[in-house]
Ligand binder design. Structure first.
Ligand code: KG4
Ligand code: ZN
Length: 342
């Protein structure tokens, strides 16, 4: 089955063609970063309008590169939430229209299920049961996955997501938008030990996160201290180390609690090299397998949506013809794979 995947939940237009037998046939991405940069963050209405402009040309480009015709598409999977509602509706309306024109099934995909299954695009996919650390711009959570499609949320953020904390801290340090990758680059030259940072919510039991205090701590350090380049890099390094250490402590706890032998890292912050190396080392030490997607599939993309959609479509699931998208959509409310969607 060849599935066309469509991702338009935020500021990347992503499309992909995924074959249930042969795997990924091709994918294409247009990032709106340059468009939103002058505003210092994503402007939802501008995001929706640009998805409208880019989506169809990107699908045509992807088909052409893969040497396929429109009629080769057997099903369409589109992100229907969670995310920016206007942006989601572009992918939803386009996906449904293509499916209707081709007379093939369509499926509404949960964006975070896409992130969670993205490591399955790699050569050595993780095997269930596993624990997933999902760290993106919109969400941060630890999820127990006993079977694909059945998700138990072990802990989540009480305020900012890890990605938001990176972005807001970067903005404070005048690193522009999107801040996460820029902050990570600057941190490479900084001394993470110069300033002390808290490891929020690690001195009490539980698997929830909170990153807003860390952001405030950084603000106080930056506003009250010197403003030279060395200080900026040292603050960036200290902040990054605090986020990574906090995530490590929570992952260790989740692995102990569930007795899982496999950890999966996914979502935009999963592209952070210090986080990847730290969890990889912890895996070696504690005997867990650690999997993550290649860097380009950590951040938003169409391939993860095509793959996640394909799992459910193969199980006979599809979504009715209504144009429904969801700004909020709890991951643990997804039907198990094998059960029919309402
Ligand atoms: O998963 P994603 O592309 O979008 C959402 O679903 O939200 O994640 C985007 C987030 C942004 O907050 C971005 O700053 C962060 O991932 N990010 C990073 C890195 N690359 C992207 N954060 C830290 N280090 C990175 N290398
Ligand atoms: Zn995402």
């Amino acid at each position: 089955m060849i599935v066309l995947g469509i991702e338009t939940s935020c500021d990347e237009t992503g499309v992909a063609l995924y074959d249930s037998e042969a795997g990924l046939l091709g994918h294409a991405l247009f990032s709106q970063v340059d468009i939103h940069a002058e505003y210092g963050g994503v402007v939802p209405e501008i995001a929706s309008r640009d998805h409208v402009r880019k989506l169809l040309p990107l699908i045509n480009q992807c088909l052409e590169k893969a040497g396929l015709e429109r009629n080769d598409i057997d099903a369409v999977a589109y992100t229907a939430g969670p995310g920016l509602i206007g942006a989601l509706l572009v992918g939803t309306a386009t996906g449904r229209s293509i499916a209707m024109a081709l007379g093939c099934p369509a499926l509404a995909v949960h964006h975070m299920e896409g992130h969670l299954l993205a490591p399955m695009l790699e050569e050595h996919p993780p095997e269930v049961p596993f624990v997933a650390l999902l760290v993106s711009g919109g969400h941060s959570m630890l999820v127990e996955v006993r079977r694909i499609g059945e998700y138990r949320i072990l802990g989540e953020t009480l305020d900012d997501s890890a990605g938001e904390a990176f972005d807001k801290t970067a903005k404070l340090l005048d690193l522009g938008y999107p801040g996460g990758p820029a902050l990570a680059r600057l941190a490479e030259h900084g001394d993470p030990e110069r300033f002390s940072f808290p490891r929020p919510m690690t001195n009490r039991p539980g698997l929830d996160f909170s990153f807003s205090g860390l952001k405030t701590h950084t603000r106080n350090l930056w506003l009250k201290g010197e403003k030279d380049d060395k200080t900026r890099a040292d603050i960036a390094a200290g902040f990054q180390q605090a986020v990574v250490d906090t995530l490590l402590i929570k992952c260790r706890r989740a692995m102990q609690q569930t007795r899982a032998g496999q950890l999966v890292i996914a979502g935009g912050v999963g592209a952070n090299l210090v986080l990847r190396e730290t969890l990889q080392r912890a895996g070696k030490k504690h005997g867990w397998k650690v999997s993550y997607p290649r860097l380009e599939f950590c951040t938003d993309n169409g391939a993860m949506i095509a793959l996640a959609g394909c799992q459910r479509l193969l199980a006979g699931q599809h979504t009715g013809p209504g144009l429904q998208a969801f700004a909020r959509w709890p991951l643990d409310q997804l039907p198990p794979i094998g059960a029919q969607r309402p």
